[in-house]
Write a protein that binds this ligand. Structure first.
Ligand code: HEM
Ligand SMILES: *[C@@H]1O[C@H](CO)[C@@H](O)[C@H](O)[C@H]1NC(C)=O
Ligand SMILES: *[C@@H]1O[C@H](CO)[C@@H](O)[C@H](O)[C@H]1NC(C)=O
Ligand SMILES: *[C@@H]1O[C@H](CO)[C@@H](O)[C@H](O)[C@H]1NC(C)=O
Ligand SMILES: *[C@@H]1O[C@H](CO)[C@@H](O)[C@H](O)[C@H]1NC(C)=O
Ligand SMILES: *[C@@H]1O[C@H](CO)[C@@H](O)[C@H](O)[C@H]1NC(C)=O
Ligand SMILES: *[C@@H]1O[C@H](CO)[C@@H](O)[C@H](O)[C@H]1NC(C)=O
Ligand SMILES: *[C@@H]1O[C@H](CO)[C@@H](O)[C@H](O)[C@H]1NC(C)=O
Ligand SMILES: *[C@@H]1O[C@H](CO)[C@@H](O)[C@H](O)[C@H]1NC(C)=O
Ligand SMILES: *[C@@H]1O[C@H](CO)[C@@H](O)[C@H](O)[C@H]1NC(C)=O
Ligand SMILES: *[C@@H]1O[C@H](CO)[C@@H](O)[C@H](O)[C@H]1NC(C)=O
Length: 529
């Protein structure tokens, strides 16, 4: 018997070969905080570790959430309204609460990536982690702020009721059969939650089929009349909803899904449609089918002694082993830098790990992140930057310039100062927070406000929400004015992942939106209270 993991690998690799991750140049117009963030979570995030080897998490959540969609009026859909619907009988189950807790507990939500996107991504990883297809992810769902209409099918309802519910969700009769079969290829029924379905208290959990993998065993066992699916053969005839649905077209759809390729492709299409079912008016990004060729990390500035240090990285897909990568920039005046730009070569590289390997998915790419630290004259400053990749093999250097315009630094009058910010640990309480320092060009009449986004959940059980705090910053006495800069300070929770800043200085308002704190790096300073 092959191990469960190798079975999963075989299925996924088979699928990957069939579909093909043909590589083509893919990029996006920087800055785009949403695309940058999704690229990171999708290809490099740690969420796959949660569902690797078909770990029991996140099984039903996406389906139950989107079940509140109504095609007739366009309301509902995958919008995380499930958070407000857990008191409904249809959403019963510790598994649902565990899944949502997992999702919120990992502090992945962000201003441009809410709980609904996270549930959708979790569903994609769960399917892939059980050996199913890798369904393309699209981002942009909008989180609900209240419960949706009650519309989750329950097993004791009759076929006509289910047919009408699926029609309202946008699926016809054939699609209903396939979607239920695709959903019930993993997981099963928990006795404590459904004692009228699993009547023997000795059976704490009864799987829908005898494999945990995302495969068509659910189909073959049903057609061979050997199924253990309690929604087909359970002692309570009233709750045999899978039987009523699967046999509703004389088993024709189930017969067609007996072909493993048909099963995988049908499930991929239907589950993709399911997770992309969103309320009218919500538009999703294009699918993320592969990592972007070049991804620039948030440029992080520090001011010291007449110079600005700008630290950033460039992730390069499939780099040549001998490549040298140079960062070039133009000043804001055209007086200091030569027309070819000021430049600095990367000072190091970090290997990039595509975490989908934990799900048995090998994209066939490698990547390196090249690190840069540019020393910029503070008077002439920087207006934009770009990169040159020289493979040192006689070929022409490759210019990475954001489609021609360069990576533009919109304004240099308001920035988060990495060199002056510290993570503070109060002793003996061990309370930790960021002591943020913000630099502003101007004098002490300037004002700054900050909005900090803390993804850490507010509660141990759903609904839980990120904490968004807006504060006015105060002049920082420990960092006196220097060379035309004034420094402001404020505290933020240690799990803050994005901050937005607004400053008014000399009658002009400057903003920095969704600065990515994960690009920063501070020393921990212990302070005794
Ligand atoms: C008429 C439609 C459906 C009914 C009546 C139904 C009913 C149920 C019931 C009663 C359970 C047991 C839940 C528990 O013990 O916590 C279950 C589990 C599950 N359902 Fe459905 N379901 C339907 C459609 C779907 C669809 C369309 C999907 C996804 C595409 C889906 C995915 C799942 C999964 C993954 C589980 C396993 C949960 C686990 O093991 O924790 N179901 N379903
Ligand atoms: C459902 O839609 C699919 C795809 O459009 C189609 O092939 C199928 O025949 C439809 N089934 C029914 C019962 O209308
Ligand atoms: C989800 O499915 C897996 C695999 O079939 C099962 O072992 C597990 O108990 C389910 N998870 C939950 C939370 O019910
Ligand atoms: C069968 O399930 C239905 C719906 O949950 C319930 O009302 C009924 O009591 C169950 N029958 C038995 C014999 O437990
Ligand atoms: C299917 O199996 C059940 C018992 O598990 C039996 O009662 C029934 O007659 C079988 N049906 C067919 C068509 O073989
Ligand atoms: C469909 O398949 C099931 C399971 O083998 C069987 O019990 C049922 O009689 C079949 N229905 C039809 C209409 O063939
Ligand atoms: C800043 O410049 C002063 C005077 O040139 C020098 O003493 C000091 O070490 C410099 N500080 C840093 C951090 O480079
Ligand atoms: C990299 O440089 C080494 C040493 O010059 C050379 O032997 C090798 O062929 C180069 N590799 C590539 C891929 O250009
Ligand atoms: C970048 O260079 C500055 C000096 O210009 C230095 O203070 C800072 O630590 C450097 N940052 C990194 C990440 O190397
Ligand atoms: C930040 O927190 C520390 C410790 O509680 C406090 O002393 C300080 O005044 C706070 N700073 C601001 C700007 O609120
Ligand atoms: C973190 O900062 C230190 C200087 O304090 C620097 O040496 C190191 O390279 C930085 N790491 C990153 C990833 O920026």
């Amino acid at each position: 018997m092959p191990s469960r993991y190798s079975v999963i690998q075989a299925v996924v690799v088979g699928y990957a070969v069939g579909v093909g991750y043909a590589h083509s140049t893919s990029t996006f117009q920087w800055p785009n905080a949403q695309l940058s963030y999704v690229d990171k979570q999708l290809w490099e995030g740690f969420l796959p570790g949660l569902v690797a080897q078909c770990a029991p998490r996140g099984n039903t959540t996406a389906y139950h959430d989107m079940s509140t969609h109504n095609v007739d009026d366009g309301s509902g859909g995958l919008d995380a309204s499930i958070q407000f619907e857990l008191d409904r009988a249809q959403n019963i189950g510790q598994g649902m609460i565990e899944s949502l807790n997992d999702f919120s507990g990992f502090e992945i939500v962000a201003p441009m990536f809410g709980m609904a996107d996270l549930i959708a991504l979790g569903a994609i990883f769960a399917v892939a982690g059980c050996g199913g297809p890798l369904i393309p992810f699209r981002a942009g769902r909008v989180d609900a702020t209240e419960a949706g209409p009650p519309n989750v099918p329950e097993p004791q309802q009759d076929l006509a009721t289910h047919t009408e519910m699926f029609r309202q969700m946008g699926f016809n009769d054939t699609e209903m059969i396939a979607l239920v079969a695709c959903g019930h290829t993993i997981g099963g029924v928990t006795q404590v939650d459904f004692p009228t379905i699993v009547m023997d208290p000795e059976d704490s959990f009864v799987g829908f089929d005898t494999t945990t993998a995302f495969d068509n065993t659910i189909i073959s066992q049903y057609l061979q009349n050997t199924t253990e699916d309690v929604l087909v053969v359970g002692p309570n005839v009233t709750t045999r909803s899978d039987f009523r649905i699967f046999s509703s077209d004389g088993n024709a759809t189930m017969q067609s899904l007996l072909n493993p390729g048909t099963f995988t492709q049908t499930c991929a299409d239907l589950i993709e449609r399911m997770i992309n079912t969103v309320p009218n008016g919500v538009s999703l990004t294009d699918p993320f089918s592969e990592p972007f060729d070049y991804v620039v990390s948030e440029p992080v500035f520090s001011y010291r002694n007449g110079t600005l240090a700008m630290v950033t990285t460039l992730r390069v897909l499939n780099p040549s082993v001998n490549a040298t990568v140079t960062l070039l920039w133009a000043d804001r005046e055209g007086s200091f830098c030569p027309s070819t730009g000021c430049s600095v070569e990367s000072f190091g590289t970090q290997p990039v790990t595509f975490r989908l390997t934990e799900l048995g998915i090998y994209l066939g790419f490698t990547a390196e992140r090249y690190e840069f630290n540019a020393t910029i004259n503070v008077a002439t400053s920087i207006s934009k930057f770009w990169f040159e990749i020289n493979n040192n093999d006689g070929s022409d250097p490759i210019t990475v310039d954001n489609g021609g315009g360069g990576f533009v630094i919109e304004q240099d009058s308001l920035f988060f100062d990495n060199g002056r910010t510290v993570a503070v640990s109060l002793t003996p309480s061990f309370e930790e927070f960021f002591r943020l320092v913000i630099a502003v060009r101007g004098d002490t009449t300037a004002t700054v406000s900050m909005t900090a986004f803390d993804p850490r959940p507010t509660a141990f059980s759903p609904p839980s929400f990120p904490v968004i705090t807006t504060v006015d910053l105060i002049l920082d006495e420990t960092n006196p004015p220097d060379n035309g800069f004034v420094f402001f300070t404020g505290n933020a929770s240690i799990t803050t992942n994005f901050i937005s800043l607004t400053a008014t200085s000399g009658g002009t308002t400057y903003t920095q939106t969704n600065f990515d704190m994960s690009a920063t790096n501070f020393s921990l300073v212990e302070v005794s209270a």
